[in-house]
Each structure stands twice: as structure tokens, then as C-alpha cells.
Design a protein around this ligand. Structure first.
Ligand SMILES: [Zn+2]
Length: 283
């Protein structure tokens, strides 16, 4: 009986020791696991914050690249518009806005590239072909139509004249008028008519040059021609020729309007200032 009790006591003791030991073991195990988990967690947190930071930096870099692209596109656009302007300018004849008239000389070989015949409807002498610059002709026709709407019938007496034709006219006038012809006719190479953008006009009222000044046609041109890009080259008191109310040169609407607003004539402006208007002459 006594030994049985002792046996139970020892077994209980052993069981208690086992329980305590395993309890201690599990506690230690749990603590190690918890520590490992926490350390993994803080590692993940650190990684997350690192990724966040990296993400932010990438975004910043992206925005800065986008800004650069926008600037680049803007610059490319600017370059294209400069190139476009130069291309447009290179296709325009620089002679079209040069001053002639005893100052600048036009080569005897110069013939405008885009000459075309003027509709005989607009001609003073129907039987004779007259030529004009193709692109300026559109403006001339519009001007004639506008004048007609106001009851004025304008007509072209003379338009493009070649170097040779001008030489013939001048020598004919010199036979009649001698040196005095220089006051009312240009020498070959100095005539605006060789450009193909200048016309001598008259109206049905008179039909003659010398009376044109007194006509409603001249008055109409003085008030409206600038709207169609035409200007009077030789106003009263100019230093080149006699007053030529019939002689109108196409210089483009922008330049004609500027001259009108400033109360100036083509030959009053320095060539440098005139040249800026070449690019828009046919606009
Ligand atoms: Zn003329």
C-alpha cells in the first residue's frame, strides 16, 4: 500500500515536471516565433517605405521628363514655324518690294516668274494682250469688282513691260521730248512695270492719262486701293517723276495699309522696313 502511494507520488511529480518543462518550452518557442515575426514585419515595413520612396522618386523623374518633353515640343514647334517662314520667304521673289525709279536697277534678264494674261474685259485696248503677276492679278480683279460695285469702271492701259519694251518707249519719248522725258518715264531697268505687279489705270469717264487725276476713278482708288494692296508710287511732289495718278503698284495689303495709316508713300520708307512685308505680300 505504501509503495503504491510512493509510485503515484513519483509519477505525479514526473508528470508535473514534464508539464512545467513543456510549458516552458512552448513559451520559449512562442517568444522566438513572435520575435521572428516582428522582425519580419519591421523588415516588410522598411521595404514598403523604401518602395514608397522609390515610387515617389520615379514619379518625380517622370514629371520632370514630361516637362522636358513639353519644352522640347514647344522648341520643335518654334523651329518648324521659323523654317516654314523661311521656306515661304524663299518662294517669294525679293524684287517684288524693291524700290526702283532711278535708284535700284533691275537686270535686263529679269522676267517675273508668274506672269499671266489679264482678262480683256479689264483692258482699255481689248485687242492687245497685257500681262500681270498671277498672284497679284487676283487682288487687281477684286479691286476692279469692288470699284464696279461702286459704279466705277476701271481699265488697264499698261501692265507688265519687259526691259526691251521699256527701252523702246523711252527712246520714242526721247525723240519727242528730249531729256525732259526723264521726268515722266523711267529708263529701262528702272521701271516698276518690269516687275509685273504695276499697272497704269484709267476709267471709262476719261480714257486718257492726263485727265485721270480729276476723275471719280482716281478718287475711288485713293480711298480704296490700299484695301487690295495697291499704292500710288509717284504722288504729287515726289522726287522721282511727275505726279502719276494712273500708276499703281501692288505691295500687299499689310504694307499698303501701314502706308495709308502713316500717311506715307512707298518711296518714303527705308528698304529695310519695306522688306519685312515681303513674307505677307500675297496674304
Ligand atoms: Zn506706269
Amino acid at each position: 500500500m505504501r509503495s503504491k502511494f510512493l509510485q503515484i507520488f513519483i509519477l505525479s511529480g514526473l508528470l508535473l515536471i514534464l508539464l512545467l518543462y513543456s510549458g516552458f518550452y512552448f513559451r520559449t518557442f512562442w517568444q522566438i516565433q513572435k520575435k521572428a515575426f516582428l522582425s519580419r514585419l519591421s523588415g516588410a515595413e522598411a521595404e514598403l517605405s523604401y518602395l514608397r520612396r522609390e515610387n515617389y522618386e520615379l514619379k518625380e523623374a517622370l514629371f520632370s521628363e514630361q516637362d522636358k518633353n513639353r519644352l522640347f515640343e514647344k522648341e520643335i514647334g518654334r523651329i518648324f514655324s521659323v523654317v516654314g517662314g523661311l521656306q515661304k520667304l524663299s518662294e517669294l521673289d525679293p524684287e517684288l518690294l524693291k524700290k526702283y525709279s532711278k535708284v535700284y536697277f533691275l537686270s535686263e534678264n529679269y522676267v517675273p516668274k508668274e506672269l499671266t494674261t489679264i482678262d480683256p474685259e479689264y483692258l482699255y485696248t481689248k485687242s492687245q494682250d497685257l500681262y500681270f503677276h498671277k498672284r497679284a492679278l487676283l487682288f487687281l480683279e477684286k479691286m476692279f469688282a469692288a470699284a464696279e460695285a461702286d459704279g466705277i469702271k476701271l481699265m488697264v492701259v499698261s501692265a507688265y513691260r519687259s526691259f526691251g519694251q521699256q527701252a523702246d518707249i523711252k527712246s520714242g519719248l526721247k525723240i519727242t521730248y528730249g531729256y525732259g522725258a526723264n521726268r515722266f518715264s523711267a529708263d529701262q531697268g528702272y521701271s516698276e512695270h518690269q516687275l509685273g505687279t504695276t499697272v497704269d489705270l484709267t476709267s471709262q469717264e476719261t480714257g486718257a492719262f492726263n485727265k485721270f487725276e480729276a476723275t471719280a476713278g482716281y478718287k475711288w482708288l485713293n480711298a480704296n486701293a490700299y484695301n487690295f494692296g495697291f499704292v500710288l508710287s509717284y504722288p504729287p511732289g515726289n522726287s522721282y517723276y511727275v505726279f502719276e495718278p494712273w500708276h499703281w503698284r501692288f505691295v500687299g495689303t499689310a504694307l499698303a495699309t501701314k502706308l495709308r495709316e502713316q500717311g506715307k508713300y512707298f518711296y518714303d520708307l527705308p528698304q529695310r522696313e519695306i522688306d519685312e512685308y515681303l513674307i505677307t505680300i500675297f496674304d
